[in-house]
Ligand binder design. Structure first.
Ligand code: NAD
Ligand code: IPM
Ligand code: MN
Length: 349
């Protein structure tokens, strides 16, 4: 199995190194790693955030383990040269339209949640975020001058029905494998894109009579996520709303440093990454929480590599490491990135 390792920028290389250590210690089988540059690091080395060589490795690989991209030095570059284009380009080029972002409270972290422990304890949900459409990719977009000579920026929110139907199916299938409840989040009271979204999700629901479907406006969903997050099981939503709601959900379970993700196409191929970014404010200081990336590696074993047994062992070890009190600063502790990972490895037993 070829794993493309794309560490990227900021804390990306720090957390990827720890995830690789855990994969080895947990006894993951038959993995060959190939590392490639991506993001600001790739731009600085070769003038492009997603060099052809990196895209080639990603295409050849059975799975991709991705750190993070983003570099303040690059924020004023032309858009197509910015580090973020690397992850957007990989998602689009590889057709990774389904982004699974599970948020489950490790009971030991009830007091790290931004919510009261009795509310946080109920959280066990997954956000299914559409990843290759929406206002992220809609055309036209740009910056221009209006007739009055004012600067104007514009983007296009758009989905066609096939894009909505295929992510809705992932939502229904996921709900079938869990509690049988699916909440579709949109802004159909204002946006045409969302009206179509809602109509198509309802049409697809005809094939899943066992699933209890509900709809919620995104502003209400943001509120409900902190009021009573236990009501959610599977949430399906568009690219932009899913981006925002998943950062919010991460803090409900303790930290942005806790949430892993899988970005899947319609086969077993996937890209696995923490939901957080390159965290330039703490990069190079040994402070980053590596657990989101370690849990992403576990998702990779489960979804792309057929090694659910090893994935289970890693997830149990994360839980035990937290039980024994190890915490990075984002969780209110003082363990370094490496010490946190050492605790996970020790807990593998
Ligand atoms: P961020 O997720 O990088 O950081 C937000 C805050 O959370 C920061 O205070 C950071 O220190 C903290 N944080 C994030 N991950 C952490 C971890 N593992 N452990 C402890 N603390 C952690 O978001 P941002 O600051 O808005 O963006 C920084 C850069 O990252 C930007 O260039 C942005 O575009 C990029 N970004 C990339 C990705 C990705 O590669 N998929 C995701 C989000 C943001
Ligand atoms: C994420 C990030 C990306 C997104 C950025 C860096 C393009 O925020 O993976 O959540 O918006 O999808
Ligand atoms: Mn994000």
């Amino acid at each position: 199995m070829l794993i493309a390792l794309l560490p990227g920028d900021g804390i990306g290389p720090e957390v990827i190194a720890e995830a690789v250590r855990v994969l080895a210690a947990a006894g993951a089988r038959d993995l060959v790693f190939e590392t490639a540059e991506v993001g600001g690091a790739a731009y600085k080395a070769s003038g492009h955030p997603l060099p052809q060589a990196t895209l080639d490795v990603a295409r050849r690989a059975d799975a991709i383990l991705f750190g993070a991209v983003g570099d303040p030095d690059c924020d004023r570059l032309e858009r197509h040269l910015r580090p973020e284009q690397a992850i957007l380009g990989l998602r689009k080029e590889l057709g990774l339209f389904a982004n699974l972002r599970p948020a489950k409270l490790f009971p030991e972290l009830a007091d790290a949640s931004a919510l009261r422990p009795e509310i946080a304890r109920a959280i066990d949900l997954v956000i299914i975020r559409e990843l290759t459409g929406d206002v992220y990719f809609g055309q036209p977009r740009g910056l221009r001058k209006t007739d009055k000579g004012l600067r104007e920026g514009f983007d296009t929110m758009r989905y066609d029905e096939s894009e909505i139907a295929r992510i809705a199916k992932v939502g229904f299938e996921t709900a079938m494998a869990r509690s049988g409840r699916l909440c579709s989040v949109d802004k159909a009271n204002v946006l045409e894109t969302s009206q179509l979204w809602r109509d198509v999700v309802m049409e697809v629901s005809a094939d899943y009579p066992e699933v209890e479907l509900s709809h919620m406006y995104v502003d209400n969903a943001a509120m409900q996520l902190v009021r009573a997050p236990g009501q959610f099981d599977v949430i399906v939503t568009g690219n932009l709303f899913g981006d925002i709601l998943s950062d919010q959900a991460s803090m409900c379970v303790g930290s942005i440093g806790m949430l892993p993700s899988a970005s899947l196409d319609s086969s077993a191929k996937g890209l696995y990454e923490p939901i957080h970014g390159s965290a330039p404010d703490i990069a190079g200081q040994g402070k980053a929480n590596p657990l989101a990336t370690i849990l992403s590696a576990a998702m990779m074993l489960r979804y792309s590599l057929g090694q659910a047994d090893v994935a289970d062992r890693i997830e149990a070890a994360v839980s035990r490491a937290l039980e024994t009190g190890h915490r990075t600063a984002d969780l209110g502790g003082n363990a370094s990135t490496t010490a946190m990972c050492d605790a996970v490895i020790a807990a593998l037993g």
